[in-house]
Design a protein around this ligand. Structure first.
Ligand code: NAI
Length: 345
């Protein structure tokens, strides 16, 4: 079975790490009878360099809408007027309302914490990131925090469905409803209603975000899944990434009802771009999430099997000391990808 996936190489280290990830995915599927048809499209500065006038060209959006799945490298957002983030534009255009960031300890990656296994679910479309800001008068600015029942119900349902489908036991909602009584109040009310109506098998917990952050840092293993509105989710997911080794090992995905875009949490890393030293693991792990998604969406067990083989391969490579510089090793991007491919068996 052939599955289409849009490939957006992106900017900076994006082309290096996405090409490594595609090599690994293709190698894991080789001989299985299933394959990925990569449809290369562009976004970010790479799109402008190719003569597009927008950071997010319409043909890239159309291609994703056609196949419903994309693997995306990081995109640089040029500083200065006229450009908003490609990621924000993609999420809005495709209504990718649910961000998923799994944060898991990896054997062999030296960190302060062991056995961390948390999934952060972030509402992607509203909150303070609605971007409604006004200068009321010089020196006075307001920024509007938007919370709607529609978006709060749907992200809660998404989180509990995700929990149930993955055998997760508990969802903790982070909020500040003691101060933002209406907006965060609505968010937790909707989450609790969704839970109480259909998901009594999953434990439900609400925590005020400041105390929750303290508890996270004291012992992250007490958490299972976190459900956050947009800004809290953005901050908390990076905090959690720090538990397991940082940006080089943290994958992510953005889901809508129809489309899904898989990407690493890190940016285009201009400081190391072109040097061949970037860690391709985070985008490869995002590719694993993509293969699992395709397996369910297109009813193909072979892509799930390939995802499992890639997981085994990168865990064994890292455990045996084959790593990139950010993880204390001395391999370049391609050599690390080769080490993973050798372990696919
Ligand atoms: P960054 O994540 O690109 O880099 C932060 C630090 O982490 C740098 O020292 C970098 O070398 C290192 N790093 C990141 N990924 C790495 C990897 N795979 N292997 C080894 N080291 C890695 O964040 P920064 O510098 O704030 O942003 C650079 C550009 O990326 C900006 O234009 C920003 O807008 C964009 N960006 C794009 C994102 C996306 O498209 N999803 C996400 C975050 C930032």
């Amino acid at each position: 079975m052939e599955h289409g996936s849009v490939l957006i190489p992106g900017d900076g280290i994006g082309p290096e790490v996405t090409s490594a990830a595609c090599r690994i995915i293709d190698a894991a599927l080789q001989g299985s009878g299933s394959s990925i048809n990569w449809i290369e499209c562009h976004a970010g500065v790479a799109a402008l360099d190719r003569g597009h006038t927008e950071l997010l060209p319409q043909e890239t959006v159309d291609a994703i809408q056609k196949v419903g799945v994309a693997l995306k490298g990081p995109c640089t957002t040029p500083i200065g007027g006229g450009f908003s983030s490609v990621n924000v534009a993609l999420r809005k255009t495709l209504d990718l309302y649910g961000a998923v960031r799994p944060v898991r300890s990896i054997d062999g990656v030296d960190t302060r914490y062991q056995d961390v296994d948390i999934v952060v679910i972030r509402e992607n479309t509203e909150g303070l990131y609605a971007g409604i800001e006004n200068e009321i008068t010089p020196g006075v600015v307001t920024s509007l925090k938007v919370a709607t029942e529609k978006a709060s119900y749907r992200i809660a349902k998404f989180a509990f469905e995700y929990a149930r489908s993955r055998g997760r036991k508990k969802v903790t909602v982070f909020h500040k409803a003691n101060i933002m009584k209406k907006s965060d109040g609505l968010f937790i009310r909707c989450a609790k209603e969704v839970h109480d109506a259909d998901y009594e098998d999953i434990q439900y917990e609400e925590l005020i975000i400041d105390a929750a952050c303290m508890r996270l840092v004291q012992d992250p293993t007490q958490f299972d899944m976190l459900l956050c509105e947009n800004l809290y989710g953005d901050v908390v997911s990076d905090l959690c990434a720090g538990f397991v080794g940082g940006l080089g090992v943290t994958p992510g995905a953005n889901f809508g009802d129809v489309n899904a875009v898989f990407e690493a949490v890190h940016g285009s890393a201009p400081d190391i771009a072109g040097k061949g030293v970037a860690n391709p693991l985070a985008i490869t792990m995002s590719g694993v999430m993509m293969l699992n998604h395709i397996s369910v969406r297109n009813a193909d067990p072979k892509t799930k099997a390939a995802a499992e083989r890639i997981k085994v391969a990168y865990n064994s490579a890292v455990r045996e000391g084959e790593r990139t510089g950010d993880l204390g090793g001395n391999l370049g991007t391609d050599a690390f990808a080769d080490a993973m491919i050798r372990r696919l068996g």
